[in-house]
Design a protein around this ligand. Structure first.
Ligand code: SF4
Length: 284
């Protein structure tokens, strides 16, 4: 049966593989090949907007490296030389591999041997000619960057021209507690940002949403701008700030209480960030 992929269809089982899945990404503007290190739906955070079904607290399970290599090799070949685009009925202007994104049903850096997995993906994609034209992206909450295997993984990512999208939904301890259900303090956050930015290209990705009048209040916005000033003072190089809003249904108990931030509000906040000298992207 022909299946139509769309920007809202992010079903990780759409290709019938364990680790590898295709997504038409509104952010990437084409086919994004996702690699899910968390088939167990486990994350060390619990964001109130998280779209992972049956999300549980925990780490990624041990990786079957042979299977990962097999799936990625098979899938790249299928897209490049098979009839993938026809089978999935993709529009002509979307028939390009824009990126390979390590983005899972949980926090990917919680994988043991994370560096080995990044290297494997990087090497296979390079050999297949996907990199350097296509991007290599790691989407992470950035909370485990103190771990040596994660740092080594970022070095591998950098070696393949990749970039880290570092989640920052609030610049306050209270905000992160409320949105991400994490107790991460300010010093730790800055330390992690510093480690990341020294090892690879680092961009911030920030989900703007409203929740019980507490999230994205004026005070939150000011704290965020202050954090960006502090990052600059500490010579933490952030290549871009990417603001986005709720795109898909949250599977968390707070789902019904979440509301999108308007495009006007996002653009206005983007202008404040830009005024500090940062490159900003807004995606609704
Ligand atoms: S960090 Fe990502 S996977 Fe983990 S709870 Fe938040 S949105 Fe879900």
């Amino acid at each position: 049966m022909t299946q139509k992929l769309s920007t809202t269809n992010h079903d990780r089982h759409v290709a019938g593989l364990k680790y590898v899945y295709p997504v038409i990404s509104r952010r990437a503007g084409g086919l994004s090949i996702g690699v899910n290190f968390n088939p167990n739906n486990a994350c060390n955070w619990r964001c109130i907007y998280c779209q992972v079904p049956d999300l549980q607290r925990g780490n990624a399970p041990d990786m079957d490296f042979e299977l990962l290599a097999e799936e990625l090799g098979f899938f790249l070949d299928y897209v490049q030389h098979g009839d993938f685009f026809e089978q999935f009925n993709l529009d002509v202007d979307q028939r390009v591999i824009k990126d390979i994104a390590i983005s899972g049903n949980g926090e990917p850096t919680s994988l043991k041997d994370f560096d080995k997995a990044v290297k494997l993906i990087g090497d296979i994609a390079t050999e297949a000619g996907i990199f350097p034209a296509g991007k290599f992206v790691l989407i992470s909450n950035g909370s485990l960057l103190h771990q040596p295997a994660v740092q080594k993984g970022l070095v591998e990512l950098h070696r393949h021209g990749g970039e880290l999208w570092f989640k920052l939904d609030s610049a306050t301890v209270e905000g992160r507690k409320l949105i991400n259900n994490t107790g991460q303090n300010q010093q730790k956050l800055l330390q992690n940002l510093k480690i990341a930015s020294r090892l690879c290209t680092t961009k911030l990705q920030t989900c703007m949403l409203h929740y019980r009048d507490q999230v994205w209040s004026n005070a939150e916005k000011q704290a965020y701008l202050e954090l960006l000033r502090e990052a600059r003072k500490q010579e933490i190089k952030l290549q871009k700030v990417m603001l986005y809003s709720l795109a898909r249904q949250s599977f968390q108990p707070e789902a019904d209480e979440l509301a999108k931030v308007s495009l006007d509000e996002m653009n206005s906040f983007a202008a404040d960030i830009q005024a500090l000298g940062y490159d900003v992207g807004v995606s609704i």
